[in-house]
Design a protein around this ligand. Structure first.
Ligand code: DQA
Length: 148
């Protein structure tokens, strides 16, 4: 049976293509969705993308993912640096999680250089632009294949 994954995106990522192109490139969220769906399907994964600007909604999405998905790829955006609630929800997931950032958060302002989730996820990708999503999908497929 096909593995199912969810790609969860935090605040302001709906405005990709419009916000700080020097950090995040020119691709829109809709284009990113199309690219991620195509790559996942090529690799035999079912994928759902989610985006919210609201912390509690992201917590709900992560909680609901426990029953529906085999892996999570998450760009928690600004909540990466602030949200204990998102960290706690991810910690309960207990299946592969990949943390993703489009920009290199360790090369930016000091407040971005701390991730509250890095030490509880399986692995992470940062600073490789939106290609990071493709790399994360490839890695997730391998992680899930090895588990099956
Ligand atoms: C981000 C980095 C965060 O610091 C920022 O708040 C974002 C996007 C990234 O993908 O590089 O919104 O997670």
């Amino acid at each position: 049976m096909n593995n199912k994954i969810i790609i969860i995106n935090g605040p302001n990522l709906n405005l990709l293509g419009e916000r700080e192109q020097s950090q995040y490139g020119s691709i829109t969220f809709k284009e990113l969705e199309e690219i991620c769906t195509k790559k996942s399907n090529e690799l035999g994964l079912k994928v759902e993308l989610a985006q919210s600007n609201v912390e509690g909604e992201l917590v709900n999405i992560i909680q609901e993912s426990r029953k529906k998905f085999d892996g999570i790829i998450i760009n928690a955006a600004a909540f990466t640096h602030t949200s204990v609630a998102i960290r706690d929800a991810l910690d309960i997931f207990r299946k592969p999680i990949i943390e993703l950032h489009i920009s290199n958060i360790y090369k930016r302002e000091e407040f971005r250089q701390k991730s509250l989730i890095s030490d509880i996820v399986t692995g992470g990708i940062f600073g490789l632009g939106v290609d990071g999503y493709i790399l994360a999908i490839i890695s997730m497929q391998k992680l899930l294949k090895n588990e099956n």
